[in-house]
Ligand binder design. Structure first.
Ligand code: DX5
Ligand code: ZN
Length: 222
């Protein structure tokens, strides 16, 4: 199983995002971009114009995490623009499957994100409409928070569905991922690791990405 590390530009210098993306381009797998609308979460970040600009500034596949109240309106345009993966929040979507269909039709991978307090069970039947399950390991809204290990049973449950052949799915963790916590997430079965502060807070972000992947590989099951 390939283990993917996705630095989150939420922790980068917003005054020079192109440069910040290129700092990790040689070692990262995806670049994680957090959209926040000050409705779904109490914070405001960036939107489609900045993603379009980033697409011209880096060759990294963009992993767009939409923490927004109206994913039906906004998710497909990110895929149309060229985003690699577009994740919507289950809590914000009346009909997540139709949005996933629209994202896929526009050429993107479709992701379903769930907050720490959201259980996986109600969504098990629709996971086959998605390519990625994003399990939040902090409350969405801000970088730099502590990893919530209590959510890892959701990662384990999803991994066992994949292992038994019922699903093909990336299992992504987002929030508080660093050299310590990544081992727990990898052992539980995650294969995509978002890391903001632990990458962009490091002296050498590119090396920090490699170190995270190596640490995860040391404990991940095949
Ligand atoms: C939080 C965001 C995360 C955030 C992670 O709402 O979804 O992607 O950037 O940042 P760290 O790694 O600092 O917790
Ligand atoms: Zn995120």
């Amino acid at each position: 199983m390939d283990l993917l590390v996705a630095p989150s530009i939420l922790a980068a210098d917003f005054a020079c995002l192109g440069d910040e993306a290129r700092r990790v381009q040689d070692t990262a797998d995806w670049l994680h971009v957090d959209m926040m609308d000050n409705h779904f979460v109490p914070n405001l970040t960036i939107g489609l114009p900045v993603v379009k600009a980033l697409l011209t500034a880096t060759t990294l596949p963009l992993d767009c995490h939409l923490m927004i109240a109206d994913p039906k309106r906004w998710a497909p345009p990110y895929a149309e623009a060229g985003a690699h993966n577009v994740s919507i929040h289950a809590e914000a979507a009346d009909d997540p499957v139709s949005i996933a269909r629209d994202i896929r039709a526009a050429g993107g991978l479709a992701g379903l994100a769930i907050k720490p307090g959201t259980s996986l069970e109600p969504y098990l039947d629709i996971l086959r409409a998605f390519d990625t399950l994003l399990v939040m390991t902090v409350e969405p809204g801000f970088g730099g928070q502590s990893f919530i290990a209590d959510v890892l049973p959701k990662v384990r449950a999803a991994r066992s569905l994949v292992q038994t052949g019922h699903l093909k799915l990336h299992i992504e963790v987002d929030g508080g991922v660093d050299l310590d916590t990544i081992t727990q997430a990898a052992e539980a079965g995650a294969d995509v690791f978002v890391a903001g502060s632990s990458v962009y807070g490091a002296d050498d972000p590119a090396k920090a990405v490699t170190a995270l992947r190596e640490r995860a590989a040391g404990v991940a099951a095949d």
